[in-house]
Write a new protein. Sequence first.
Length: 281
Amino acid sequence: MASIPSISQSQLFLNKPQFISTPKPSVFMKPISNPSQSSNLFVPQFKKPVVAAAGTAAEMAEEKSKKRYPGEGKGFVEEMRFVAMKLHTKDQAKEGEKEAQEKPLPKWEPTIDGYLKFLVDSKLVYDTFERIVDKADFPEYAEFRNTGLERAESLAKDLAWFKEEGYTIPEPSSPGLNYSAYVEELSKKDPQAFICHFYNTYFAHTAGGRMIGKKVAEKILNGKELEFYKWDGDLSQLLQNVRDKLNLVAEKWTREEKNHCLEETEKSFKYSGEILRLILS
Ligand code: HEM
C-alpha cells in the first residue's frame, strides 16, 4: 500500500500546491538495456563499465528480449506506478522528479466553495468510471466491478451531508465535465489508455488524495472525515486485489500496448490536476 507521508512532508506541498503544474513531455517507454549509456530519466545510473557490444543479429535479438522496463520484474502495475511517481514533484512525494513550477504559487487557502466544486467534479468522474466498468464495452473492464475502491456512492453521501448543513451543491464544472467526457470516449476505443486512467484515479486518491483531504478537513471542516476517504475493509488488501487484476489484464498486452498505456499517465495527471486545483478556486 502507498505509505502516507508525515504531516511535515505534506505540509510542504500544501504550502506549494504544485498539482497545478503541467507535466513536461517525457519519454516513458525506453527499456533499461545499457544503463551507463542512457540519458533516460527513468534509467538508474550504474558505475559499471560499458562492455562494447558488437553482436550478430541473433545476439542483438537476445539482448533486446532481455531488456527490462522500470518495474517490469514486479508486474505491470509497478511500471505504471514508476511512471506516475516520476511525474510528482519532490515536494509532493519522495520519489517525485518533476520540476516545481517557477511562477508564484497561490497561497494554500482552501475554501468550502472550492472544495465542493472539487467533490462534485470528482463524483462525476467516479460515476463515469464506475458506469464504464459496469457496462464493460471491453470484457476486461468487468474485472474492475465491485473492487471496494468505488467512490461515487461515498461522494454522494458527502454531498448530501453538505446539503443538510445548508450548503448549495454546485453543478459540475469544466474540469470534471472534460475529464469525464475524455474517459468515456477512451473507454470505447482504447482499453490500454482507459486502464491507465482507472489505475491513476483510484490509486492516487488513496495516497496523495487522502493527504489532501486530511489537510482540507483540518483547515475548513473542523477535522470532519468525509466518506470519500473511508473504505469498507482493509484498504491495503483492496488495493492489492486490484493490482493483481491489473497485472493479469496487462499480461495479455503486447509491449507496444503496455507502452501506450504508460504514455497516457501524463494526461491523467493533467486532467486530475485541473480537478484538484478547484479546491483553491
Ligand atoms: C498535490 C498533488 C499530489 C500529491 C501531494 C501526491 C502525493 C503522493 C504521495 C505522497 C504518494 C505516495 C508515495 C508512496 O507510495 O510512498 C502518491 C502516490 C501516487 N500518486 Fe500522487 N500525489 C498528487 C497528485 C497525483 C496525481 C494528480 C496523480 C495522477 C492522477 C497521482 C498518482 C499517484 C499514484 C498512481 C500513486 C501510487 C499509489 C500507490 O502506489 O498505491 N498523484 N502520491
